[in-house]
Design a protein. Structure first.
Length: 312
């Protein structure tokens, strides 16, 4: 399947080796704005939804929250191949959809219209489509459906819930922001905080300072992202990564930094916010995607127009 932008020449999408690529699966409602169509589906059923999609199959869907992220990922592939045309360690984008093949034509045409580098489209009718993620070696799954995300996390796939919002399309390079606890790291300190309060959590961190934290649900994705980032010097990298955490730098920052060092995961910038709102710093960074487990942080990011993904 060749996907072309409206003004492009006939160029096929480069096929990637899933055993080496960083495979990202997105649902149609994550990459495109399908809120009106989804409302029609909920109110009038699948048959009316399919008729609507067929009638509008040549009308491109507007971009959704994850759209700019996918474009930036495509830019990274371009830069990698400019450096080494034989490189196999690339991003590979897969669209996973509960649309029927008949209504999926509009999805494919929309991707072609925007010149998105997507070679695989999976239109499945199974209620739990996440069962196909492992067979495609997916490293990150983005969906607008909470049940999908929870199912994917249970299957051991790094996953996050996309909220539909109006976003400003940031420029390149690809900028990805991670929260720390319960996202990159395990939620062990959060559990201590819930049970023993702040003082108990601080004491726990002091005692465990030399012990790396456990891995969180997005560690696998972050590690592969870091592997691709290492192909470039810091000055010329088309990828920038950030840690923006509610941890205080003085009392809880050292263990986080030591954990990243132990993992061999380089982060370009780290912000230890000591519980302060994250929205203002995210507005300054202008990431293509921000991952956090706190809904209040997601809301703060959305208020700043930052594309956000919740890790439940």
């Amino acid at each position: 399947l060749s996907l072309l932008s409206p003004n492009s020449s006939f160029l096929p999408v480069l096929q990637k080796d899933p055993s080496e690529a960083l495979v990202i699966a997105v649902t149609t409602r994550a990459i495109f704005n399908l809120e009106e169509e989804h409302k029609l589906y909920l109110e009038k059923g699948k048959e009316e939804y399919t008729k609507h999609q067929q009638a509008n199959q040549d009308k491109p869907l507007p971009p959704g929250t994850a759209f700019a992220f996918i474009q930036a990922v495509q830019y990274v592939n371009k830069k990698i191949l400019e450096s080494n045309p034989a490189e196999k360690d690339l991003f590979d984008i897969l669209v996973l959809s509960n649309n029927s093949p008949e209504s999926g034509i509009r999805i494919i045409n929309s991707a072609k219209h925007y010149g998105l580098e997507i070679s695989k489209f999976c239109f499945v009718s199974d209620e739990d489509s996440t069962q196909y993620l492992k067979s495609h070696r997916v490293k990150l799954f983005l969906s607008a459906d909470r049940t999908d995300v929870c199912n994917a996390l249970r299957r051991g796939v790094s996953s996050a819930l996309i909220f539909q919002q109006e976003v400003q399309a940031p420029s390149t390079p690809l900028r990805v922001v991670f929260d720390g606890d319960a996202v990159l790291f395990s939620d062990e300190t959060d559990q201590v905080f819930r049970e023993q309060g702040l003082e108990g959590a601080l004491q726990y961190e002091r005692e465990m300072e030399a012990v790396p934290m456990g891995e969180g649900p997005l560690k696998a994705f972050a590690m592969h992202l870091g592997k691709i980032r290492k192909k470039f010097s810091q000055e010329k990298s088309p990828i920038r990564t950030y840690l923006v955490t509610a941890r205080s730098g003085r009392d809880m920052g050292i263990r986080a930094i030591k954990t990243l060092r132990e993992w061999g995961l380089a982060i370009d910038e780290a912000f230890f916010m000591d519980g302060a709102p994250k929205g203002p710093i995210l507005s300054q960074i202008q990431p293509h995607i921000f991952f956090d487990d706190g809904l209040h942080n997601i809301q703060g990011a959305q208020d700043m127009g930052v594309p956000s993904a919740w890790v439940p």
